[in-house]
Write a protein that binds this ligand. Structure first.
Ligand SMILES: Nc1ncnc2c1ncn2[C@@H]1O[C@H](COP(=O)(O)OP(=O)(O)OP(=O)(O)O)[C@@H](O)[C@H]1O
Ligand SMILES: [Mg+2]
Length: 381
């Protein structure tokens, strides 16, 4: 008996299928570490819940560490605000260095906290690209912290998870500071990599206008080959093989959704009796696994459903009733007999929660495989 190598609901140990993202990051890290340059654009990978954002960001962090950079990880949304969170993360990442310079850095972080904590002065005027602008307080202090932190090791990499939950002032300060560093042609080895829900671009754009400073990247479902690697790889490392047919059946359950890949892998592993080295996982195991995992997936769906308001549910039901493919807003509006403009707020909330997303030509679609089917089962219930 061997424990399951799968990670439903946990950060993935490896991130198959994310080669292009990792190639981008490797390139940025290389410019940062080898050339000592600022990574000028803040990167934001965005996707609905369960698509592997946190796992990907952790992999970025591992790569940054492997190159000798200092990393500061924050999960945005705490009451102290994004900038104070980043300050604290930088402080703890550098505390162990314990020399004179790190004392200087800690002092800077403390004074930054005082600046942004001071009530009543949210803005200060400054000149940016020759234009007079109102700029958030704390930008200069934050910049100083970044400059100082970047002098350690191979540079500083700030990782921000759940960026859509960050406070407005924090986002503004971060983006302005980055804009300054960039405009000053600063040779500062520093980077910001962030991840968030699909509404992250909208949230950020509502706070700062210069969106060209930010590289938004949509994180999609896994390609079939990546799913296969995610299923077969961890088993093989334990000396266990999946039959071809078993893999095919598991893939048809997962449909490219990373969380479900792990769920079906894990449930199949248990159904196969947590196999010893030399054993094989077959279709019967997958079938029993599929039945066993249904409760977990349903629990996830039920929680999402319970968190949706009445009109949101009606909208989900109308979409689901039309099948699993993208649905036009006009069709939803006609089915519900509610004008399209009345649907824009529930639509926005469902997108913010990552339950639906916009597809081509103003169409809407479900994000999580199996959710439409679940919604159809709720009819009348
Ligand atoms: N590339 C991948 N291949 C296979 N499984 C993955 C991959 N990336 C993540 N997973 C798995 O998918 C699930 C969701 O991963 P993760 O928590 O990173 O997603 P997330 O997008 O951050 O979700 P949330 O929005 O809920 O925070 C986990 O079970 C994780 O182990
Ligand atoms: Mg996450």
């Amino acid at each position: 008996m061997q424990p399951s190598p799968y990670t439903p609901g946990e950060v993935a140990r490896t991130v198959p299928g994310r080669a292009s993202q990792l190639a981008d990051i490797d390139e940025r890290l290389s410019a940062m570490v080898d050339l000592g340059r600022l990574v000028g654009r803040i990167r934001v990978d965005h996707a609905p819940r369960g698509f592997g954002k946190t796992s990907l960001l952790r992999e970025y962090q591992r790569r940054a560490v492997a190159r000798g950079a200092i990393t500061a990880w924050v999960t945005a949304g705490e009451s102290q605000g994004l900038i104070a969170q980043i300050g604290a993360a930088i402080a703890s990442a550098t505390a162990s260095l314990g020399d004179e310079a790190s004392t200087r850095l800690l002092d800077r972080i403390e004074s930054l906290k005082l600046t942004i904590g001071a009530p009543g002065i949210a803005q200060a005027s400054a000149t940016l690209n020759g234009e007079k602008v109102q700029e958030p307080v704390g930008v200069r202090g934050f910049e100083a912290v970044i400059r100082e932190a970047a002098s350690y090791g191979a540079g500083i990499v700030i990782l921000i998870d759940e960026v859509q939950a960050a406070d407005e002032a924090g986002i503004r300060t971060l983006v302005y500071a980055w804009q300054h560093l960039q405009a000053e042609g600063a040779d500062i080895p520093a980077a910001v990599f962030a991840a968030g829900l699909p509404n992250a671009p909208e949230v950020i754009a509502s706070v700062v206008t210069f969106s060209e400073r930010i590289a938004y990247r949509r994180l999609g479902p896994l390609e079939q080959e990546a799913e296969e690697i995610a299923l077969v790889g961890p088993a093989r490392a334990l000396g266990v093989t999946w039959t071809r047919e078993a893999v095919a059946n598991a893939l048809s359950v997962a449909q490219g959704y990373p969380y479900t890949v792990q769920l079906i892998g894990d449930a199949t592993w248990a159904a196969a009796g947590r196999p010893d080295p030399g054993r094989t996982v077959g279709v019967d195991d997958v079938e029993r696994g599929r039945i066993a995992m249904r409760d977990d997936l349903e629990a996830l769906f039920r929680a999402r459903w319970a968190q949706s308001a009445a009109l949101e549910r009606r909208m989900l039901s109308a979409m689901a009733a039309r099948g699993d493919d993208p649905v036009s807003r006009a069709d939803i509006s006609a089915d519900l007999q509610i004008p399209t403009n009345h649907l824009s707020s529930p639509r926005g909330r469902l997108i913010d929660k990552g339950l639906i997303q916009s597809a081509d030509r103003g169409m809407l679609e479900f994000t999580i495989p199996g959710f439409a089917e679940f919604v159809r089962d709720q009819e009348g219930g």
